[in-house]
Write a protein that binds this ligand. Sequence first.
Ligand code: ATP
Length: 242
Amino acid sequence: MLEVKGLCKHFGGIRAVDDCSFSVERGSITALIGPNGAGKTTAFNCISRTTRPTSGEVWLDGERIDQLRPHRITRLGLSRTFQISRNLADMTVLENVIAQSRVDGWRDLFKPAMSTFEIDKAMGLLDFLGITRIAHEDGSNLSYGQKKLMDLAALLMSDPKIILLDEPAGGVNPSLLEEIVGHIRRLNDQGLTVLIVEHNMDLIMRLSHRIVVMAQGTVIADGRPDEVRENPAVLDAYLGGV
Ligand code: ATP
């Protein structure tokens, strides 16, 4: 479904992503892991076109997307979350979900006003995620985990076919973490393809069908969780602090 070919992103002399190639199969949960600074978030940013790649190609369902604008990519069915919630100040959770989903102008929530369609859809998603009770709470008063759920609801508003989750478990307490794992599994069971960046290895090993390992901007291993866990290059990258 998603193919990344020879992707590079250089910041001056820093090769954050350097000839990185991998693919994500339709219907899979694929994890992108690697030590700090490996280039995972930069790769995510290039795929979702939040950052312009230096070179390389990204294909979604046979269509080249690396030269498209982010909202076009969202329309083609690829949506992503950010490590830090994009929570908008002075808005309720419901308003946040709708505002963030307005890819062409998410700051203009009240021009036009929220439609019944948007409200129904957003409420349905909050219900799916078990957070209707906080729909009318101020988005800035939420716990870290609740913000992650709010972001997930916003992400689903565009009816994506593939979602990129950047550290969905980061800073989340253990019980909410299990909830988030359950939601990701449920979404995947319903046919959604998932690409996930996460440092929590236990979660990654339990959740992923396939793991792509990055170090120093490039892919050093790619396989099933049991294969990757035993891979000497992976152990070296983590333990050696590459
Ligand atoms: P982490 O797991 O710590 O979030 P990561 O694997 O997501 O790390 P990136 O955040 O993609 O790694 O960073 C890869 C490298 O690129 C790092 O050396 C980082 O300092 C560098 N980098 C990222 N963004 C920029 C930027 N805007 N300007 C300069 N260097 C950058």
